[in-house]
Design a protein around this ligand. Structure first.
Ligand code: GLN
Length: 272
């Protein structure tokens, strides 16, 4: 093994992400950036918190196929799940689109009722929000130039410039790894653009968005070797048990009824 230190760091972080158990609550650390809200389906006028006729989903619509823009509309796998949650709650769904790293603060400031953003469960996040039961298993993957032979596994990222999306688990892994130069982007597609321009050597991102980002492009590829496993879940404010129960019921019902497979098929092809 070329770099056992890196392997060890990744295994440790990975273990943190997969392990279960509640930690104590704590207050959010930062305030969200107002420019993060692009607003097409935003709900600035709507008080979030479950009392109005709207229920508000917070997301970052730069994460195809989970949430992305199709014209003026935000669509995706998570949006379908959110629609089912809204239906169950008897409310109309509104979507707040903001920078990924401001979502948890936004949730705790009541700018939204829940986060559905391909958000991985981590120990740190569990101190700030309550997570639903997981609804999707993901991995972190590495995108490199198609002709790059110097990067084949996560070990090879040492000494390289690696692009990540700010505040994501990909950012967490890479930033926690000695010897890797991290370049943080607001949006994953911008990281991929800089990879294509030769400004970074690799991009670390979740598996499905990685696939979409390289689709139809000859000059970049996703490496075969994944290096973490993570679970996506929906986040609510700490103690919002009523909404959390509704969400868990919806996830369960979608799975039982076959609707989950239908949505899966719509965004990923044939069901697993
Ligand atoms: N799954 C990753 C995380 O939770 C990335 C999510 C995203 O970029 N939308 O950090």
């Amino acid at each position: 093994m070329k770099n056992s230190k890196l392997k060890k760091a990744l295994v440790l972080i990975g273990a943190g992400i997969l392990s279960v158990g509640m930690l104590g609550g704590c207050a959010p650390k930062a305030t969200p950036t107002p420019e993060g809200n692009t607003g097409a389906q935003a709900a600035e006028e709507t008080p979030a918190g479950g009392a109005g006729e709207f229920i508000v989903m917070g997301t970052n619509a730069e994460f195809e196929p989970f949430e992305y823009r199709d014209g003026a509309e935000i669509v995706g796998f998570d949006v379908e799940i959110a629609k089912a949650i809204a239906e169950k709650a008897g409310k109309e769904l509104k979507i707040e689109d903001m920078a990924f790293d401001t979502l948890i603060v936004g949730l705790n400031n009541k700018q939204m009722d829940f986060i559905a953003a391909g958000m991985s469960v981590t120990e740190d996040r569990k101190t700030q929000v309550d997570f639903s039961n997981p609804y999707f298993t993901s991995k972190q993957m590495i995108i490199v130039k198609a002709d790059d032979t110097s990067i084949q596994t996560a070990d090879d990222l040492v000494g390289k410039k690696v692009g990540v999306q700010l505040g994501t688990t990909g950012d967490l892994f890479v930033s926690g790894t000695e010897g890797v130069e991290v370049v943080q982007f607001d949006k994953a597609p911008l990281a991929v653009m800089d990879l294509k321009n030769g400004k970074v050597d690799a991009v670390v991102i979740d598996a499905e968005p990685a696939k979409r980002l390289v689709e139809g492009q000859n000059d970049i590829k996703v490496l075969d070797a994944p290096f973490t496993e993570e679970e996506y879940a929906i986040a609510v404010r700490k103690g919002d048990t009523e909404l959390l129960n509704t969400i868990n019921t919806v996830i369960e019902e979608l799975k039982q009824s076959g609707k989950y497979d239908e949505i899966y098929g719509k965004f990923f092809g044939a069901a697993e």
